[in-house]
Design a protein around this ligand. Structure first.
Ligand code: FMN
Length: 240
């Protein structure tokens, strides 16, 4: 197989921790990359994510401390906070439901009926939660009995819901970083931050969570900390 443009992007994307102070990253690069991120695959198209593009200089300055003094945050020309919004499940389910309804003229066909059921019944079943764990119990019980004799989706509790939304948000973050590389700039994803304080400064509700913060700028050689070491292919890829 020949080397493609996609390989170039994959090779080029490295986490850079020191960005060139003299090179700005145009806002169009970030906007385009966020537009691409929004097109990322995501669980049930629920889009339980938000992207906070930090443009206010005084706010951006505070992110150096919030990112525990990391050089990538300090030298970043642009910063985007990737946030999960599991708490918005009802709004997003209704939004999707409305998209399905828009396509219906007269009697719904089989696909449309499936769409209606999916967003009005299955999503509430998957995402609803309460402080006593009642809905988790219901979900686990349904999965247990339905899965006794045949494969069945293993519905779970709060932790499973959080994994679901973080998976999708991280895919958006990856799209963003590949896009940044394609536009000729570099990035550094960060999970080293004070999540409580980041939530507070962004006025986020309790149900929101910080997935990662991505610093963007023009790379410097000092920003690369070493060789791109990876565990060999044969140790992580299993053909069954
Ligand atoms: C979820 C996530 C969190 C990360 N957090 C940090 C971080 O806080 N600080 C940092 O310098 N690098 C961070 N990284 C970057 C990784 O260290 C880096 O991706 C890894 O060493 C592989 O190097 P490469 O990105 O250059 O291929 C993070 C990466 C991911 C995916």
């Amino acid at each position: 197989m020949s080397t493609s443009y996609f390989d170039e992007i994959i090779e080029k994307r490295r986490s850079n921790r020191k960005f060139d102070a003299n090179v700005e990253v145009p806002n169009e690069v970030i906007q385009k990359s966020l537009e691409r991120s929004i097109l990322s695959p995501n669980s049930s198209n629920m889009q339980l994510w938000e992207f906070y593009w930090i443009q206010t200089p005084s706010l951006k300055e505070q992110f150096t401390a919030l990112c525990l003094g990391q050089n990538a945050a300090r030298t970043a020309k642009q910063l985007v906070v990737f946030v999960t919004r599991g708490d918005l499940w009802k709004q997003r389910a209704n939004w999707n439901l409305a998209r399905v309804k828009e396509t219906i003229q007269g009697e719904p066909d089989k696909m449309q009926k499936r769409g209606l059921d999916y967003y009005s019944k299955l999503m509430p079943l998957a995402y609803r939660s309460d402080m006593f764990g009642f809905f988790t119990f219901v979900r686990r019980t349904i999965s247990f009995f339905m899965g006794l004799n045949k494969p069945f989706f293993r519905l779970g509790g709060k932790a499973d819901q959080r994994i679901t939304v973080h998976k999708s948000c991280a895919l958006a973050a990856q799209t963003f970083m590949l896009s940044i590389a394609a536009e000729g700039f570099e990035s550094c994803p960060m999970e080293g931050f004070d999540s409580n304080r980041v939530k507070k400064i962004l006025n986020l509700p309790a149900g929101a969570e910080i997935n990662m913060i991505i610093a963007v700028g023009k790379a410097t050689p000092e920003g690369i900390w070493g060789a791109r070491n990876r565990v060999p292919y044969n140790e992580v890829v299993f053909v069954k």
